[in-house]
Design a protein around this ligand. Structure first.
Ligand code: GDP
Ligand code: MG
Length: 601
């Protein structure tokens, strides 16, 4: 297809504003998927995505479209719809998907208005110089207020309220008009000056049968089916086994030209060999310069993952090896914990990424896991001048720390007017620095903060929701690092440090952390035949203390507060006579007590 017949677009939206549903209608209208094959959220292929209603991996679909109204009526175009992952952890993937398109449909729920993710994605789209088509969705809802939110949208992107299209992904109203407008408003792909082939990888997915499937947008030149290709970041050369387009199933072709979007299969077995953001060129006539914007995925959050049943350790290792094939951002290495036994220290892009991996391990590999409290990566300059990246509190160079840097994020919070005070209080309590505040309309406010990542990976989102009756929304992106006054708090049981509870916290919060954990363990650990002190300490300085009295008594019954199913699971394990005791010095502690302390914290 010649470039001026191609339009590449993505849909950006806050979660639940109807992106997948609208995509479904487009697939139907363009007859790429017929009504019989149609199931809701056709593009969300992974089970977890379908259940949680979120899109994790992006996909690209080619849709033929014959314009139905106006000046171009009857003319045939090719629309490539690139589905972007919807969550903050995947900002980089989102930015690459956007970079593969000329334009974006900015979809806003007409009953909700603009939300934090709408803004964050819009900012990314604007950074990529994309054409934005503002669209209000769900106009079939009785609660829809298209007039009000058209004003809001128009104000935000600087257009006329009448330019905001109105659709319903549910009924299909307005969708054909939207497809026409995509053809009309979006620029045609412009090949660059360099004639040599260059294609940008915006996604790469491991498939059990076919190996890695790489999704690309060809920017310059042409990739032919017989070419040997070269990855420009590593110089690795691969045979092309297959090239084609997805519509909605893969269709082989003899090549992809400038402006086109499609897939490559090279027989590589690991997505790390085919990285998002990298540039593909032809080995025989390589481009001299890669396309801009490539970044190595960098884990932002670390956590220890341990099998509840220690004999599952080899299974966990195999499962991680498998998941890694499909996840260039997942890193892990073996780790042992006094409290939890053998496990892995794993690095993730963020909390959702952690949750997804843990859930996949439990679901697809049938593992029962416990994860330690997540922590961010600290950069510590020691007093002798060396630099250490601390991914585990136990590696913190106690007593030898000079400057300590922690990662920060730029957060966007959107809230109704009434809750501005509550949101500010929360952000200040988390060491946030207010960057700016804007009224989107008379009653809705955008707050921008710099916050330490370590302060929001925990329960920030839950707190935000509960303090704003669920109305506020949050999005954030990495924004560098800052020097901070951080300390490591250790928890000692009868004088022995318990590694899984060591944590790096701000100096002003150390006391609180110590008191909370010591209190929790005091309730969870059964009494021994002797008195057991539980202490929280910074280096050798004790900052909190609890005591387990010396009476022998089984307190398992009151051990586990919150999670009924976990509690039942643990009790069943015990019935099987598998109760595992850990010795911490002289103290006998059921592993379950550690697990309960970690999982309810
Ligand atoms: P996504 O998170 O942006 O992909 O949103 P989904 O497409 O999964 O939709 C979220 C929810 O909104 C689902 O329950 C949909 O059925 C519903 N929904 C989506 N579009 C419409 C619409 O146009 N009208 C109505 N009434 N509901 C819609
Ligand atoms: Mg979706």
């Amino acid at each position: 297809t010649v470039p001026d017949r191609i339009r590449n677009f993505c849909i950006i939206a806050h979660i639940d504003h109807g992106k997948s549903t609208l995509a479904d209608r487009m697939l139907q209208l363009t007859e790429v998927v017929d009504a019989r094959q149609m199931r809701a959220q056709y593009l969300d292929r992974m089970d977890i995505e379908r259940e949680r209603g979120i899109t994790i991996k992006s996909q690209a679909v080619r849709m033929p479209w014959v314009v139905r109204e106006g000046d171009l009526t009857g003319e045939q175009f090719v629309l490539n719809m690139i589905d972007t992952p919807g969550h903050v952890d995947f900002t980089y993937e989102v930015s690459r998907s956007l970079a593969a398109c000329e334009g974006a449909v900015l979809l806003v729920d007409a009953a909700q208005g603009i939300e934090a993710q709408t803004l964050a994605n819009l900012y990314l789209a604007l950074e990529n110089d994309m054409t934005i088509i503002p669209v209000l969705n769900k106009i079939d809802l009785p609660a829809a207020q298209p007039e009000k939110y058209a004003e809001e949208l128009a104000h935000l992107i600087g257009c006329d309220p009448d330019d905001c299209l109105r659709v319903s992904g549910k009924t299909g109203a307005g969708v054909s008009h939207l497809l026409d407008e995509i053809v009309r408003q979006l620029p045609t792909p412009q090949p660059g000056n360099d004639g040599a082939a260059r294609a940008m990888i915006f996604d790469s997915v491991y498939d059990v049968y076919r190996g890695v499937v790489t999704y690309v947008r060809v920017v310059d030149g042409r990739l032919g089916a017989r070419d040997r290709i070269k990855m420009m970041s590593t110089g690795a050369v691969h045979e092309l086994l297959e090239i084609g387009v997805i519509s909605p199933e893969p269709i082989k072709s003899d090549g992809l030209g400038a402006g086109e979007v499609g897939y490559l299969i090279t027989g590589v077995k690991d997505v790390r060999q085919s990285r998002v953001g990298d540039t593909v060129t032809i080995n025989a006539r390589p481009a001299t310069e890669a396309l801009g914007g490539y970044k190595d995925p960098k884990p932002m959050v670390y956590s220890g993952l341990y099998p509840i049943d220690g004999s599952d350790y080899p299974l966990l290792r195999d499962a991680l090896d498998k998941l890694k094939l499909n996840d260039a951002a997942l890193v892990y290495e073996p780790e042992t914990s006094l409290a939890l036994g053998f496990g892995f220290r794993c690095g993730f892009l963020g909390l959702l990424h952690l949750e997804i991996i843990q859930e996949r391990l439990e679901r697809e590999f049938n593992l029962d896991l416990i994860s330690t409290a997540p922590n961010v990566v600290y950069r510590v300059i020691t007093t002798d001048g060396t630099e250490v990246a601390v991914t585990n509190p136990s590696e913190f160079p106690d007593g030898k720390t000079g400057e300590i840097f922690e990662p920060t994020v730029r957060a966007t919070v959107l809230t109704p007017n009434d809750f501005v005070g509550a949101v500010m209080e929360l952000c200040q309590g988390r060491r946030g620095v207010l960057l700016g505040m804007d009224y989107l309309s008379a009653d809705r406010v955008e707050l921008r903060y710099t916050l330490p990542l370590g302060e929001i990976i925990y329960d920030f989102f839950d707190q935000l929701k509960s303090r704003t009756k669920g109305y506020a929304s949050l999005d954030y992106e990495p924004s560098g690092e800052q020097a901070s006054d951080l300390v490591k708090v250790d928890i000692l049981l009868h004088g022995e440090p318990v590694d899984a509870f060591s944590s790096i916290v701000h100096k002003d919060k150390a006391y609180n952390y110590g008191v909370t954990i010591a209190g929790k363990l005091q309730k969870l650990i059964p009494r021994q035949q002797f008195e057991v002190p539980i202490q929280a300490a910074i280096g050798s300085r004790i900052i909190a203390r609890e005591t387990i009295r010396a009476i022998r008594k089984d307190v398992l019954a009151k051990c586990y507060g919150g999670d009924i199913s976990r509690k039942r699971k643990l009790l069943e394990k015990q019935k099987e006579g598998k109760k595992r005791m850990k010795m911490v010095g002289r103290v006998e502690v059921p592993q379950e007590a550690f697990i309960a302390a970690l999982s309810t914290s």
